[in-house]
Design a protein around this ligand. Structure first.
Ligand code: SAM
Length: 333
């Protein structure tokens, strides 16, 4: 079967990378076929697609692809609109218009208008001279994340990432939730990444040097009933001795020296030592995802390359006027 996944445009490169990372991570049979602007065409089975649906933060919509045709092909478009036994929704992406009056075709269709009341929706999207025709399967519900928003957790600390982005970091680290793999977050604060990992059925070890963070993380973890999947440890990410542990992936948000201050070291020294420890802790061929301020890019790139990490991707993430960070996705040799 062919599906469409409509990736969000909240960021230029992260949505597609997140999608590909989860396809890589899980033992599922989904194949990336093509990309047309915001739409990614995938091939596979419905049950496997549901695994993606349960994990991806940056896909806004999923559909069953029914047809792709030229925007000039009025006969085909008309036939789909007039014979579909549900509601029909038309969208024009980035100013691509149909070369004929689609609204008048719509008015002749069986049902149109109140999409929220429809049990079935056929979407026709005009993009780049093509019409993508698909039946809507699911839409992202931001309400699924809202109860984990930082200010809704029992313990809040400034510098905590929002759940949508925290989930993307975890997903880029390519751990399988079906295999219940083990994630490490060595700068875990009040456990934002661990909550996302837990909500996807991953195990997580959450480490922070600050006992107040560790206490807050424990309260948060308990309040979302994640105790059986998440272990919280007070410790120094530069001194981790988890050699015997061998984690399946690392996703973390180290301090940047602004809101959150590195403890025990300068930021550069802490990051260098953290990379050394990560090398000892991560299983071979597995992934680590973390971010640093852009001004440290040259130092970190050099350190990663000298430490046996392959840099798979770098994503630039503008946070505010004074902070652009680089998100690294790296694989241990
Ligand atoms: C940007 S915050 C992480 C926020 C976290 N992702 C969350 O959702 O709450 C960075 C964290 O690193 C911790 N930290 C600073 N130096 C550390 C060190 N040497 N080892 C471990 N944690 C450290 C800080 O206490 C802080 O909680």
């Amino acid at each position: 079967m062919l599906f469409v996944a409509r990736i969000s445009n909240e960021h230029a490169s992260l949505p597609l990378s997140e999608l590909k990372a989860v396809i890589d991570a899980e033992p599922i049979n989904i194949r990336f076929v093509d990309r047309l602007d915001e739409y990614v065409i995938l091939e596979g089975g419905v049950e496997d697609l549901k695994v993606l649906m349960s994990r991806l933060a940056l896909v806004k919509e999923y559909g069953l692809l029914i047809s792709m045709t030229s925007a000039d092909d009025v006969a085909t478009v008309k036939e789909f609109i007039q014979t579909y036994d549900g509601c029909v929704d038309i969208e024009y992406l980035r100013g691509f218009k149909a070369p004929y009056d689609v609204s008048s075709l719509l008015r002749t269709s069986k049902r149109w208008g109140k999409l929220k009341e429809c049990d079935k929706v056929l979407k026709l999207v005009f993009v780049g001279g093509i019409v993508l025709i698909y039946e809507l399967m699911a839409e992202r519900r931001l309400s699924d994340y809202s109860d984990r928003e930082p200010h809704k957790r029992p313990v809040y600390r400034p510098g905590t990432m929002k759940p949508l982005l925290a989930r993307v970091y975890v997903n880029l680290a390519r751990l399988s939730s079906l295999k219940r793999e083990l994630l490490l977050d060595p700068f875990c604060g009040v456990a934002g990444f661990a909550l996302e990992a837990c909500s996807m059925g991953l195990q997580c070890i959450c480490i922070d040097i600050d006992s107040r963070m560790v206490h807050g993380a424990s309260i948060n973890i308990r309040s979302y009933s994640c105790e059986s999947l998440v272990e919280i440890v007070e410790g120094d990410a530069a001194m981790l001795s988890l050699r015997t542990l061998a984690v399946d992936g690392i996703a973390t948000d180290p301090p940047y020296g602004r809101q959150s201050i590195p403890q025990g070291y300068t930021l550069s020294k802490l990051l260098i030592k953290f990379i050394d420890r990560a090398q000892e802790t991560l299983k071979p061929k597995r992934y680590m995802v973390f971010a640093v301020p852009l001004n440290l890019d040259a130092l970190i790139t050099n350190k990663l390359e000298r430490s046996g990490f392959e840099i798979v991707e770098k994503h630039l993430d503008w946070v505010h006027g004074a902070l652009t960070r680089v998100i690294y996705v790296v694989r241990y040799a």
